[in-house]
Design a protein around this ligand. Structure first.
Ligand code: GAR
Length: 205
C-alpha cells in the first residue's frame, strides 16, 4: 500500500478531490498526512474534517528552494510513514519550489498539478497567461516533479476550450473542474503500478 502525502498552501480543493476519490473508489492508497507551509491555509481544516493528519511547517521569510526547510518536510513525512520506498508526495497548490536534494530523495515519487497544458505557461498565473496570449484551448497537467519548474514527465493532461469572453477567473474555474478529475486518476494509476517513467515520458505498463 502506498502512503500518500499532500502538500498545500491554500484552498485545498485538489486535496479534497483526491481524498474524496480515495474513499469513494477504495483506492489502494493510505492518505497519511497533509502538510501546509501556511498556517492559515483553508485546506488544513478541510483535511481534518476528512480525517487526515495535518502539519503546518511555516515557511514565512524562507524564499526559494531551501534544503534546510525541506528537511523539516522530510522529517514529518518519515514520521507519517511516507518514505522513498512506499510513499507518494502530491503537490496540490503548494506554492514553493522544492530543493534538488528533496527531489532526488523522493525521485519518481513526487507529482504536481499545473493549471495549463505544459510546456505552455509554466510558473505562476498560468490561466491569466493563457487568456492574455489568446490561446483557443488550455487545460491542466499532472506531471512528475524533476529539478526544473513544471518540466517533469507528463502523466495526464486534459483540455478546456477558451472562450472569447473568458477572464482569468472564469477560465480558472473551468480548468479546476478538470484538475479535480485528472489528479485522482494519476494517483490511482501510480498506486496500481500502471505507469512508469521512460526517459522524458510517462508510459502505461
Ligand atoms: C490549482 O489550480 C493548481 O493547479 C494551482 O494552484 C491551484 C490550487 O488550488 N497550482 C499551481 O499553479 C502550481 N504552479 P487548490 O488549493 O484549490 O487545489
Amino acid at each position: 500500500m502506498i502512503n500518500l502525502a499532500i502538500l498545500i498552501s491554500g484552498r485545498g480543493s485538489n486535496m479534497e478531490a483526491i481524498l474524496k476519490s480515495v474513499k469513494k473508489n477504495k483506492m489502494l492508497v493510505n492518505p497519511a498526512v497533509v502538510i501546509s507551509n501556511k498556517p492559515d491555509a483553508k485546506g488544513i481544516k478541510l483535511a481534518q474534517k476528512l480525517g487526515v493528519q495535518t502539519h503546518v511547517i511555516e515557511s514565512r521569510g524562507i524564499k526559494g528552494a531551501n534544503w534546510d526547510y525541506d528537511k523539516k518536510i522530510v522529517a514529518v513525512l518519515e514520521k507519517s510513514g511516507v518514505t522513498p520506498k512506499n510513499g507518494l508526495v502530491c503537490l496540490a497548490g503548494f506554492m514553493r519550489i522544492l530543493s534538488p536534494e528533496f527531489i532526488r530523495y523522493f525521485k519518481g515519487r513526487i507529482m504536481n498539478i499545473h493549471p495549463a497544458i505544459l510546456p505552455s505557461f509554466p510558473g505562476l498565473h498560468s490561466q491569466r497567461q493563457a487568456v492574455e496570449y489568446g490561446v483557443k484551448y488550455s487545460g491542466c497537467t499532472v506531471h512528475f516533479v524533476d529539478e526544473g519548474v513544471d518540466t517533469g514527465p507528463i502523466i495526464i493532461q486534459d483540455i478546456v476550450k477558451v472562450n472569447d469572453n473568458d477572464t482569468e477567473e472564469t477560465l480558472s474555474k473551468r480548468i479546476l473542474r478538470k484538475e479535480h478529475q485528472i489528479y485522482p486518476t494519476a494517483i490511482r494509476l501510480f498506486c496500481e503500478g500502471k505507469i512508469m517513467v521512460k526517459g522524458r515520458k510517462t508510459v502505461r505498463v
